[in-house]
Design a protein around this ligand. Structure first.
Ligand code: PLP
Length: 406
């Protein structure tokens, strides 16, 4: 028997392939694939060209810009395309730091649970003389706005707090934090890479100045994203060159990728009233099944204020990397936390910031669901997980906990 079926066939047995790692990246929505394919085949023009080929490409960008604007409740002219979330975060932080430095604002504030795109940009700027402050989170993984208030000074240029965390899914009180930042004259940036397309976003209600998104986290392509910049915000360009993107970001635009971003934004918005509910039902079933079926498990982070698709669970006495590999061999793709740090044995900086002891920062697995996941897949994982965990515990001689703990 071959091994090439869609589900994969191992020694005559069908291996159910299950993808539970949508916070790392997502498969394309069918409309995205169709739109990108058409643009790749038919619309090769440069959007800066005056002729018909260029104008067709420009119209594709206009449509995509409009779709992104609708997704976040903004004006199209405020949307600047980027190569993804990392560039959008860099643009927001470095752009604000450079623009506000002459006014004596050389201090930057972020939460301790930001993505590396923010944390490592802070580190790079700290090496060049900017002051940086990381605000702690509570044990639920939520930023306390009062801690942000305490961190601010009259020299703070920018506050950067993510809307939803990539590892545990918790949603942060962005509007409250933005009000505090503005009281001190600082700009407010939010990394909405893990929330865009998953919860409704309205930049006016959030009261932010800058908001970053990335297409591949909501069924769009990799390498396409955007930074929303409130009209009138002072921000230096970090990519200089031609006058693309209203001179905010130079470089010939990635037209097929951005067509994909636009199509993904349309598709995500169309499903916003239904898909989060479907995913929350699946996620809650998975979570309840794990807690009931595998002793010594607990959910990490606030369960009441999370994006619908994410759960992060710790397994007592189990090395997360070993569980990830065992699940992969069983056909189930999960993650130990942020994709950028998996493959290393670094404990999660998010769980560490929540005050978890070392063993708990290294025994946690993120399950993140998405468009193609089904009840049958959830049931299958609930079914196989107890045996896998028990085997790993017996291999390492870990104590088998008597009962599930919540
Ligand atoms: N911010 C967050 C919260 C993320 O989860 C990610 C991706 O993992 C990024 C930023 C980076 O986005 P991109 O992969 O588009 O560069």
């Amino acid at each position: 028997m071959g091994s090439k079926s869609r589900n994969g066939i191992m020694k005559g047995k069908v291996l159910m392939r299950i993808y539970f790692d949508h916070n790392a990246t997502t498969p394309l929505h069918p409309d995205v694939a169709a739109s990108m394919t058409r643009v790749l085949k038919e619309d090769f023009g440069n959007p800066s060209s005056v002729h018909q080929y260029g104008q067709r490409a420009k119209a594709i960008l206009d449509d995509a810009r409009g779709a992104v604007a609708v997704l976040v409740g903004a004006e199209p002219a405020e949307v600047v395309f980027t190569s993804g979330g990392t560039e959008a975060d860099n643009f927001a932080i470095r752009g604000a730091a450079e623009a506000l430095e002459p006014a004596g604002r050389r201090h930057l504030v972020a939460s301790a649970i930001e993505h590396e795109a923010v944390l490592n940009t802070f580190k790079a700027l700290a090496k060049r003389g900017w002051q940086t402050t990381l605000v702690p989170v509570d044990a639920r993984g939520v930023v306390d706005p009062d801690r942000v208030r305490a961190a601010l000074t009259d020299t703070t240029a920018l506050v950067s707090v993510m809307q939803a965390n990539n590892e545990i899914g918790t949603i942060q009180p962005i509007a409250e934090i933005a009000a505090i930042a503005h009281e001190r004259g600082a700009l407010m940036h939010t990394d909405a890479v893990q929330s865009a397309g998953k919860i409704p976003i309205d930049v006016a209600a959030l009261d932010v100045d800058l908001l970053a998104i990335s297409a591949h986290k909501f069924n769009g392509p990799k390498g396409a994203g955007a930074l929303w910049i409130r009209r009138g915000t002072r921000l230096a360009a970090i990519l200089t060159g031609g006058r693309h993107e209203r001179s905010r970001r130079a470089g010939t635009e990635n037209v097929p990728g951005l067509a994909g971003l636009g199509a993904a934004a349309v598709a995500a918005r169309a499903k916003l009233a239904t898909e989060p509910l479907r995913l929350a039902t699946l996620r809650d079933r998975l979570e309840a099944g794990i807690l009931a079926g595998v002793p010594g498990t607990a959910v990490n982070g606030a369960r009441d204020s999370r994006v619908a698709n994410t759960t992060n669970v710790s397994f007592d006495g189990v090395e997360a990397e070993s569980l990830l590999i065992a699940l992969d061999l069983a056909g189930v793709a999960v993650s130990t936390g942020s994709a950028c740090s998996s493959g290393t044995l670094e404990p999660s900086h998010v769980l560490r910031a929540m005050g978890f002891p070392p063993h708990r920062t290294q025994n946690s697995i993120r399950f993140s669901l998405g468009q193609d996941n089904t009840e049958a897949e959830v049931a299958h994982v609930i079914d196989i997980l107890p045996g896998i965990v028990q085997k790993l515990r017996s291999l390492t001689g870990a104590r088998q906990p008597a009962s599930a703990r919540h």
